[in-house]
Design a protein. Sequence first.
Length: 346
Amino acid sequence: MLALRDASAQIDAASTALAAAEESEDRVSALSSAIRGLEEGLASLRLALQASKAEEAVKRAEMLGNREELGRLLATLITLQSAPAQLAVLHPDGATASARAGAMLAAVTPALRQAAARIRGELATLTALNALHDKALDNMQAALSTLQQARNALTKAVREEQEITENPVSEVGLSQLAQASQDLNALAAALRAQVSAGAVVAPANLRGRLPMPLKGTITRRFNEPNGAGIRQPGIVITAPALSLVSAPQAGIVRFSGDFLEYGLVVIVEPAPNQLQIYAGFGQVYVKAGEVLESGAAMGLLGGEMPDSAEFLAESGSENDKGAESLYIEIRENGMPVDPETWFATN
């Protein structure tokens, strides 16, 4: 129950931050931060609800498993309550037997009352859990609606900002470069040969400490085969559809656009001789040549907004109905390395 309340409080705080974001001078940054808070709060709420519902199911199963015992207990209590006290101990064998019956009843009655109190407590717990679940589901639905509105506001704010910002890189040249590349490896090599020095240099101590670009679950690891048996030199993070993808660190966007079967791809150069490749976007907020700050919004995953039932049912699998996947590669000196060596995946 405490976890459910904490998650709801986290959502309330993010909603308050979202309202304040509309008045912020840097609306894109403020909206991005509020969206991340909502996504984290919703993820916490989903986990808390799943755990609480599992606890409720266990309690219900225990009560159903003891239904015969409960039936006998209830029948005994009803009999004792409906019969006069003197008749309850009256025995056909006479006064001595009646006295013994009275002594036995006096000994048994506290245990019966204790069992009844325990059952009342379990029923009260189930009732409280049901009420809390109903409230949490209402909060989840409202938060999902608020989250979608926030994403729409962020998209609008990004577009407005881009209208007054000159794009320093020729999109035509990058498009031709992408068309001439046969795969991500070729595209990364072409970009590495084309770009000049001057990207933001990332401190060496960030290895193993970079934040994940979105709240999700690693469902495929470095060089692990996919469903078709194909090994890819990257990792896959599964997250709810339309999740916000943020830049883990500062860097220059070297490519942004459609690329083969990967869909919308963003390639960032955070330091000389390093490229970070992200694929799986539904919307992209950045353009080639743009300098990103750490935590800047790069775009949203694809997919459609899940309803509360779909969102609650998600388990972190690539096969979840309301889930989408982000593919990540990191290349150092042209060679792919395990991204998990860079990210704080705990």
